[in-house]
Design a protein around this ligand. Structure first.
Ligand SMILES: Cc1cc2nc3c(=O)[nH]c(=O)nc-3n(C[C@H](O)[C@H](O)[C@H](O)COP(=O)(O)OP(=O)(O)OC[C@H]3O[C@@H](n4cnc5c(N)ncnc54)[C@H](O)[C@@H]3O)c2cc1C
Length: 305
């Protein structure tokens, strides 16, 4: 199916925005914080916790990063006031990484400092391969002074073992995911699904065995099983790891994990900048692809031709 995936990767960027919009609702909790909070309360009532992501990436102007920071500060206040079990996830390119690395570092530091006052936590998302060195560097600088910050790793990355060896001495707090940037080349990432899963399982065990706190972020039941297996093998306590899933994906698996007594955090994106995020989610949703392809072709070439 590699050819099919390649085809989808080529077609998706030209899918008309309204069609993406039709499906994005499933993955996005709301456009505003007010719309999003009730959805979060629902998840918490069902025994989950959350991480909140203000949509937006690759900002072109510093003022857009500063606006995003204002919203994140508001989120931290609301989480505290409403006593919600939640933290925040931020994208380095939304914090200005591609404009000025020091500016980005200071922006994330502002959030980590503020989160610390509220006894809260900041997760730095991991983006495409062009951002990884800087993201790990920013994380390690912050980690020296703060314990309430973490970042993420992708199991499809060929460089992963080196990054893991670099992060272990810091007892890093990490989210482990497969990786979402589908345009990465074969030189940079594994394309084979089995290798990506093996890499995930190998690194997960190594990180947990070395005392890192891991967010096991996946909807792949094989990897959820790998998580459960290693948690049992290492006799970990529930406060040494958590499972994580994206808002809008596989509610049944979510319930199963919670009912088995594991901590489960839902990644809840909200905001107006939904397009890039939705494209990544659609690429991963096997059921949507047919529908999107059909509608896109209809739209491009007209119904009656
Ligand atoms: C909490 C969380 C945070 C993440 N943070 C990052 C990050 O910082 N950086 C990054 O690069 N990636 C991130 N990702 C995305 C991740 O890298 C994968 O791209 C994504 O999770 C799909 O991989 P999977 O493990 O679910 O396995 P897959 O093999 O893609 O999916 C397994 C099964 O889950 C279901 N499924 C998966 N995705 C969808 C979907 N969108 N809609 C419907 N069903 C679906 C399907 O049934 C599929 O067969 C994150 C994922 C999670 C869960």
């Amino acid at each position: 199916m590699i050819w099919f995936n390649n085809l989808i990767a080529k077609v998706l960027p030209i899918v008309p925005k309204p069609i993406v919009g039709l499906f994005s609702n499933q993955y996005i909790a709301g456009e505003t914080l007010d719309e999003t909070i009730p959805k979060i309360k629902e998840l918490i009532e069902q025994g989950m916790c959350v991480t909140m992501d203000l949509l937006g990436e690759e900002v072109k102007k510093k003022e857009d990063s500063l606006k995003a920071i204002e919203t994140y500060l508001q989120i931290l206040r609301v989480i505290d006031q409403e006593n919600l079990d939640g933290n925040i996830s931020v994208k380095p390119t939304q914090m200005g990484l591609k404009l000025d690395k020091e500016f980005c570092y200071n922006n994330i530091k502002t959030l980590v400092e503020e989160a610390k006052k509220f006894n809260n936590f900041v997760r730095i998302d991991i983006e495409d391969s062009s951002c990884i060195d800087d993201t790990i560097d920013i994380y390690l600088r912050l980690r020296k002074d703060f314990s309430n910050v973490g970042t993420a790793l992708q199991s499809y990355m060929r460089r992963l073992p080196d990054d893991v060896n670099k992060l272990i001495p810091y007892k890093a707090n990490l989210r482990l995911c497969k990786g979402a940037y589908y345009w990465e080349t074969r030189e940079v990432v594994y394309k084979d699904a089995d290798i990506i899963n093996d890499s995930y399982a190998y690194v997960l065990e190594k990180l947990l065995a070395n005392g890192c706190y891991i967010g096991i972020a996946t909807h792949d039941e094989k990897l959820v099983w790998e998580g459960i297996k290693v948690v049992d093998k290492l006799q970990l306590k529930p406060d040494q790891y958590e499972f994580q899933m994206l808002y809008g994906v596989d509610h049944e698996l979510r319930r199963i994990i919670v009912n088995s007594g594991h901590r489960l955090r839902v990644y809840v994106p909200f905001g107006k900048e939904w397009f890039a995020y939705s494209i990544r989610r659609l690429k991963e949703n096997p059921k949507m692809l047919n529908y999107i392809m059909k509608n896109t072709l209809k739209n491009l070439f007209g119904k009656n031709k």
